[in-house]
Design a protein around this ligand. Sequence first.
Ligand code: PMP
Length: 432
Amino acid sequence: MDSKTVRAKHKEFMLPAVGNYYQEPIVPHEGHGARVTDLDGKTYLDFFGGILTVSVGHNNERVNQAVIQQVNRLSHMSTLYPMVPMVELAEKLVKLAPGKLKKAFFTASGTEADETAVNLAQVHTGALEVVALRYGYHGRSMLAQSLTAHSNYRSVPTQIAGIKHAMAPYCYRCPLKLDPKSCGTACARDIEELIRTTTTGHIAGMIAEPIQGVGGFITPPKEYFEIAAEIIRKYGGVMIIDEVQTGFGRTGKMWGSQQYNVEPDIMTGAKGIANGYPLAMTLCTTEIGDSFKASSIFTFGGNPVSCAAASAVLDEIAEKKLVENAAHRGEELRGGLEALQRKYPKTIGDVRGMGLMQALELVEDETVKNRTPNPKATGALFEETKKRNLLIGKGGLYGNTIRIAPPLNITKPEVDEALKILDESFAAMGVG
Ligand code: PMP
């Protein structure tokens, strides 16, 4: 099948809501390390890794071997039986997890992991109401859509009751129009008023991403989570940290929460956990886990092939020191992006993120006060970087944020190559 046929069949047989990147979408066919080759034989440097999922590189040898061995042995039995890959992975995760997280539950997607987390918080606290964040993204089930705060990801107006959205710690577009240097993290303090005015005063908890991924890598100030957690616990709630994008070394620490002074009571993860094999986790404290008395089953939960892949990913991260690599390469990437901002100061309004999770927010003219989002520039940058063989991601409520997140084993020459292509692409756009 040629790429033209694939694009035509995609249009004919897939739900139109499944959008693709680029005016003429590429058809990925093969991948090695940080490079992906399409069906037409063109090779790209992949700086989005299947949405921050290909954490240890395409076609990773250790992951491949773990998967092949497991496929040849046993592919599925369900959660009705304890199995070696499942318990091995649970033990590794619990040992790596921050604080008192001692129990694991496996699902197949971030959506289900978050759904499980909220359910656990509700059962444990006996309360139903949940605080989430504007600009947050938690998945596509009805509950996850309700937790999500982007109108474009909501398919129906009726939302699940009891979810209250606090202001996002979005310093570049401060919801309170304050100066981040002197604001006293007022957005975090406002959570108390949100609880007192819009809930019964007894909440199940708060769910939040350490860096809001889909929202455009919105990076809260350092003290945000400490303040938020104190308020949430004061009203009886637990802290659910959604590490679906930030987990497994992405930010330069094993967990995004470790960048902040916050200990999760429940933590979720997916994406980078198994390098692309469908797997997600919900970890919680023993007390929270013990409070769930109803029966629970998940047919694909702890699938042995996905668990074997995830164990291999964790071994690869540890042995090759990929968390450290993410921190170092992330610093170089950040330095290069800030240099680009100095070169194109009107268009690149903000550079933000941590480690290998960096974003550029594009605006019409940074010198104008309202910082008008510039999704047109995003589209143009996508086409120019595609021409020069670089894959990037986008995000943000306004579609004007470039998301950059290469595999954790990216090298310095690859980071330099991507920065050079970005520079040439901005230059070709003729922007200031
Ligand atoms: N939480 C976060 C932070 C996410 O970024 C996503 C996916 N973009 C999800 C949850 C949902 O994950 P999935 O698409 O695997 O259901």
